[in-house]
Write a protein that binds this ligand. Structure first.
Ligand SMILES: Nc1ncnc2c1ncn2[C@@H]1O[C@H](COP(=O)(O)OP(=O)(O)OP(=O)(O)O)[C@@H](O)[C@H]1O
Length: 282
């Protein structure tokens, strides 16, 4: 108890850690064509932020700008509190991993080689992968159930198998921040769940995750926060509870309703399944 009149001793309050990934006043686009504007977002360590938005709303353009693959037309991107241009590329490669959307690969790498590429930022220049690099790549392949494809050419596997390999490559990178552009888009139901579970595990381990999806139920399943991108602007951002029928109707221009997940998602799923129904939002 404080003696009467004594001022309580203030604990020195530690400043909150910088967001792992932050955009401030960001404008995105291609050459001089602006796609997105006024974008502010933050992803903290251990947080999963899920971006929902219609086709062409600017999700990939935003991701590529956050990664420094496209120049910001305005505003700032910070990674770990440091402006993106200040990062040496090699260090950035250890911080940020990217799973691009539907990437076709130009050479017939084996799947193992492709996943080992995720280790490049950890290897000395021109060095061969170490036993540990191979072990980590092997674990990533196992985690996604594609170890049996290790020796196959990435040009001779299905689109979904290649997508799993790209997720495995990002896992092998052991980055602090993971950006995934529609990581489940060509996957079957089982593999969608496998990838979502892996993403949830990474979040629980302190990795900052930013992902896009066209399936709002995936956001309901794994996201800590959800952002709605419409015509290049973040029009709504908050906890999973913002994903409701009126918001989805406004975002996509269709009536939608959330129905109970029932048996569609196993063990503890908080997801809803979506159905379109003309009566739903009226
Ligand atoms: N290389 C490019 N050059 C010029 N414009 C582009 C280029 N890539 C995309 N665009 C345009 O930028 C806008 C946003 O595209 P983007 O790929 O970022 O959308 P998206 O939200 O990821 O779409 P989707 O959900 O269909 O993948 C679209 O109008 C698109 O036509």
């Amino acid at each position: 108890m404080n003696p009467a009149g004594a001022t309580p001793t203030a604990e020195p309050s530690a400043a909150p850690p910088s967001p792992a990934l932050e955009a401030v006043g960001l404008a995105t686009g291609h050459r001089h064509t602006c796609v997105g504007r006024g974008i502010d977002l933050q992803v903290r360590a251990g947080e999963i932020l899920c971006l929902l938005g219609p086709n062409g709303s600017g999700k990939t353009t935003l991701f590529r700008t956050l990664l420094g693959l496209l120049p910001a037309l305005e505003g700032t991107v910070r990674v770990g509190g440091r402006a993106l241009p200040e990062w040496p590329r090699a260090e950035l490669a250890r911080m940020l991993a990217y799973v691009p959307q539907g990437q076709m690969l130009p050479f017939p790498f084996t799947i193992e080689h492709l996943v080992l590429m995720g280790r490049t930022g950890h290897m000395a220049r021109f060095a061969q992968p170490s036993a540990r690099d191979r072990q980590i790549a092997g674990q990533a392949l196992e985690a996604l159930g594609i170890a049996h494809l290790s020796g196959r050419s990435c040009m001779e596997v299905s689109g979904g198998e290649r997508q799993l390999a790209l997720v495995a490559r990002a896992l092998a990178q052991e980055a602090r921040i993971l950006i995934l552009d529609e990581p489940t888009s060509s996957l079957d139901f089982g593999n969608q769940l496998r990838v979502l579970e892996r993403i949830a595990t990474l979040g629980a381990r302190g990795i900052a995750v930013l992902m896009s999806t066209h399936q709002p139920e995936h956001a309901l399943r794994v996201a800590d926060r959800v952002a709605f991108l419409k015509a290049g602007r973040i029009v709504r951002c908050g906890g999973r509870e913002i994903v409701d029928a009126p918001a989805l109707a406004a975002l996509y221009g269709v009536d939608a309703r959330l129905i109970a997940a029932g048996s569609a998602y196993p063990s503890g799923a908080q997801a809803g399944m979506l159905d379109s129904d003309s009566d739903s939002t009226r």
